[in-house]
Structures are given as structure tokens and as C-alpha cells.
Design a protein around this ligand. Structure first.
Ligand SMILES: NC(=O)c1ccc[n+]([C@@H]2O[C@H](COP(=O)([O-])OP(=O)(O)OC[C@H]3O[C@@H](n4cnc5c(N)ncnc54)[C@H](O)[C@@H]3O)[C@@H](O)[C@H]2O)c1
Length: 292
């Protein structure tokens, strides 16, 4: 297992929800963390992380804005000296349907695809040259959704766990009824997952994605007017559990899995499943060689 203490990370969308839990879990492992978010609570989180004994730095801004991304990435590099881990987490949900009016929909497109796909793309483009230049490997984790893996399309990739609450009939399609832009943005991440993993394997930089089902967060609570029924809350996964699994993933280091959409099915214990067989890449093309 790889020691994370002393490494340096960027977590996007860290003010609340899953990103907040990821940032805290990294700091508890002794990782210095650069944070960014639209919300000003990101500055409170910086102070909390410093209280855990690591260095932290925070910026308020939009991940779809290239100038903001430059500020965060260059600032993190200059403050910490290196960037070892990128957690591409910032994301938004917004209802959208195919017969939305074009003018209404353009705003949705910019907001949803901007945060969920363009933001991850921009952070990748800004961080990857730095990681390659450092020459010591690295970790990129993109935060996707179960709509692109768990019990969803592609149907054949459902792991069909014995304890799956959906029984023998996994949900045949990913996503919900008003999610075409959200799902398109998350499916788009597969292009970066596989493309980056192949290109970066020779540099010992791993790229994986976490594909969660319903996990307690500001976003999920907002679907219920921030007053969700307790029964609903009890069925959700906890962000802290997901963060613990992310730490386990990072600790695999260069001997670990690469180019994988990692599955978190609602209704099952939140645990790092065994690596699955590759469906979309030739395994040799994403195998890392050396030590980090
Ligand atoms: N919670 C779930 O059930 C769930 C399930 C699947 C995937 N996800 C994904 O997990 C990630 C985190 O979601 P969450 O549930 O914690 O949501 P959340 O709304 O609780 O937190 C998201 C954070 O990202 C920030 N953010 C949003 N757009 C941004 C932008 N353009 N620039 C900078 N910051 C921005 C928000 O301000 C917020 O702090 C998202 O990518 C989401 O799509 C969540």
C-alpha cells in the first residue's frame, strides 16, 4: 500500500457534499489539499483542514472557467511544490428533457455540462502536464455516477452482485426521466477516463472514476426541498464511506487498477470492489509499470 502522507491534492467542488468528505479524508491521511468551489464555505473547510495538521489553500470560483482553473492549479503547484492527486468532483444536477425549449436549454447545457464535463476536462488539461513533468506518477479520480455503470447501461457491465437489491433484473437504462444533459455529461467522462488512462499509463499516472448511487449530500437533499423523509435518508450511502473507499483506491498506487469505473450500488455496503475485467480498453494499454 502506498503512503499518502506528505502528498499534495486538488479537490474540486469541496465546500459541501462528497467533495467535502473527500477533502477531509485526504487531510486525515496527512495530504495537503487545494480546494475550490463556487460557495464561500470552501474557506471554512480550509481552516478545518489546517486544524487537522495539513496545509490547505482555497479558491472560490467556477470550474468551467479556464482562468479560475489556471489560478487553482498554478496556485497549488506554487504553494505545495507538486500536485500528486486530482479529485475531479465538482458537479451539478439540473432537470432537463429532450423537448425543452432551445433557449432555456442552452443555459442548462452551459451549467450542467460546464461543471460536470468541461470542468473535469479543464482540470485534467491543467494538471496532467505538471504530473508528467514531475516524473513520479500520480492519481486522477473523476466523480461520475451510477447512471453510467451500476445496474444501468451498458447492461452487460452490471456486476450482478448476489446481494443486489434489484434482484435478477437490473435497471435496464441509466439515469432518470429528466436527466439527459446530466447523463450526457457523465457519460462524456468515459472519453477522458479511457483516453487519459491509456495516454498516462507510461507515466505511472492512474485514472479511475467513482460511480455512486444515491449518496447523502446537499445535492441529494435538494431534491427533497432539504427535508427528505428519514426512510429515504436511511437508504442513502454516506459520503464519508465513499471517501474512505477513495482513500483505499489511492493507496493501491501504481500496482493498482487503472481505467476503471468503480461501482457503488445503493443498498450494498460501501466497499472497494475487486477490479473488473476491462470492456473498453485493451488491458495491456493501461497497465502501469513502475513504483510511485
Ligand atoms: N450525491 C449523489 O447521490 C451523487 C450520485 C452520483 C454522482 N454524484 C456526483 O458527485 C459529485 C458531488 O456531488 P454531491 O452530491 O456532493 O453534490 P453537492 O451539490 O452536495 O456538492 C457539489 C459541490 O460542487 C460545487 N460546484 C458545483 N458546480 C460547480 C462549479 N461549476 N464550479 C465549482 N464548484 C461547483 C457545489 O458548490 C458544491 O459545493 C458530483 O459530480 C455529482 O454529480 C453524486
Amino acid at each position: 500500500m502506498v503512503e499518502l502522507r506528505g502528498k499534495n491534492a486538488i479537490v474540486t467542488g469541496a465546500a459541501v457534499g462528497l467533495g467535502n468528505a473527500y477533502a477531509k479524508a485526504l487531510a486525515e491521511e496527512g495530504v495537503n489539499v487545494a480546494l475550490c468551489d463556487l460557495r464561500d464555505e470552501v474557506h471554512e473547510l480550509k481552516e478545518q483542514l489546517e486544524g487537522l495538521g495539513v496545509r490547505a489553500i482555497a479558491w472560490q470560483g467556477d470550474v468551467s472557467d479556464p482562468a479560475h482553473v489556471r489560478t487553482v492549479v498554478d496556485g497549488a503547484k506554487s504553494e505545495f511544490g507538486s500536485i500528486d492527486i486530482l479529485i475531479n468532483n465538482a458537479g451539478v444536477f439540473g432537470a432537463s428533457v429532450p423537448d425543452d425549449d432551445l433557449d432555456k436549454s442552452l443555459g442548462d447545457y452551459e451549467r450542467i455540462v460546464g461543471a460536470n464535463l468541461k470542468g473535469e476536462y479543464l482540470f485534467g488539461r491543467a494538471v496532467i502536464p505538471i504530473m508528467i513533468d514531475q516524473g513520479v506518477g500520480g492519481e486522477i479520480v473523476n466523480i461520475a455516477t451510477d447512471h453510467m455503470f451500476t445496474c444501468g447501461t451498458p447492461y452487460d457491465s452490471c456486476p450482478k452482485h448476489d446481494d443486489c437489491p434489484w434482484g435478477d433484473s437490473p435497471r435496464p437504462t441509466g439515469g432518470g426521466d429528466a436527466m439527459d444533459l446530466y447523463d450526457a455529461s457523465k457519460w462524456g467522462l468515459n472519453g477522458f477516463l479511457f483516453g487519459w488512462a491509456k495516454a498516462l499509463a507510461p507515466h505511472n499516472i492512474r485514472v479511475n472514476a467513482l460511480c455512486m448511487g444515491a449518496t447523502d449530500s446537499w445535492m441529494l437533499r435538494s431534491f427533497h426541498g432539504h427535508n427528505p423523509p428519514q426512510k429515504e435518508v436511511d437508504s442513502w450511502m454516506k459520503a464519508e464511506d465513499n471517501a474512505r473507499v477513495m482513500i483505499e483506491l489511492l493507496k493501491e498506487g501504481s500496482q493498482g487498477r487503472n481505467a476503471q469505473n468503480i461501482n457503488f450500488c445503493t443498498g450494498r455496503p460501501v466497499a472497494l470492489e475487486a477490479p473488473h475485467e476491462h470492456l473498453y480498453v485493451v488491458p495491456e494499454t493501461v497497465r502501469l509499470g513502475g513504483e510511485q
